[in-house]
Design a protein around this ligand. Structure first.
Ligand SMILES: [Zn+2]
Ligand SMILES: [Zn+2]
Length: 179
């Protein structure tokens, strides 16, 4: 969704809140898929030198666990807290120079008083995704022997672990014959 903010930009002190429900975001990358709508609320305030953005958004994405390689879902609660510099704030809506936007923003989020909410949310979700994706803190990962998913199955390799000296000690302590 693109929001026309001309009204807010033209009046210092003006504030407007939008509630939004964006369809699933696209282009998040190979291992990230947005599942479901992205809902939230965003408030724009004109503070003369900058446009202040405050709000919240909720997005559910499907990620791939880096340990067990299974897909899993995670919901991010995104806090929106941004400032977009306004080069000038003439109330007559004079031409503005938006080339002061940070260079790392490939897509201009704000141009000609139009704010690209979809692109903004896309970037916010990408920032939220952790460097290391893990489906659960106690994910057992894949077996280094046979490659099976140890969360789902116990393989033969696991039994071999019982042949190490520590397992022997364990069986002595437990005073039983194991099998
Ligand atoms: Zn996992
Ligand atoms: Zn195995």
């Amino acid at each position: 969704m693109k929001l026309d903010l001309s009204e807010i930009v033209s009046e210092v002190g003006k504030r407007l809140t939008y509630e939004f429900k964006e369809p699933p975001l696209e282009d998040l990358g190979d291992d990230i898929a947005c599942v479901g709508d992205v809902c939230g609320k965003i408030t724009f305030s004109n503070a003369a030198a900058a446009l202040i953005l405050r709000g919240k958004a909720k997005a559910t994405v499907e990620l791939t666990c880096s340990r067990c390689l299974s897909p899993y879902r995670e919901t991010f609660d995104i806090d929106i807290s941004e400032e977009i510099p306004l080069a000038e704030h003439a109330p007559d809506g004079a031409e503005r120079d938006f080339e002061e936007l940070p260079e790392d923003e490939k897509e201009p989020l704000f141009a000609d008083n139009v704010f690209d909410l979809t692109e903004f949310l896309r970037q916010a979700v990408l920032v939220s995704v952790p460097m290391q994706t893990i489906c659960s803190p106690d994910c057992k990962g894949l077996c280094s022997g046979c490659g099976c998913n140890l969360n789902e199955t116990t393989c033969k390799c696991q039994k071999d672990f019982s042949q190490n000296p520590f397992a022997e000690l364990k069986s002595l302590l437990q005073d039983n014959d194991g099998e």
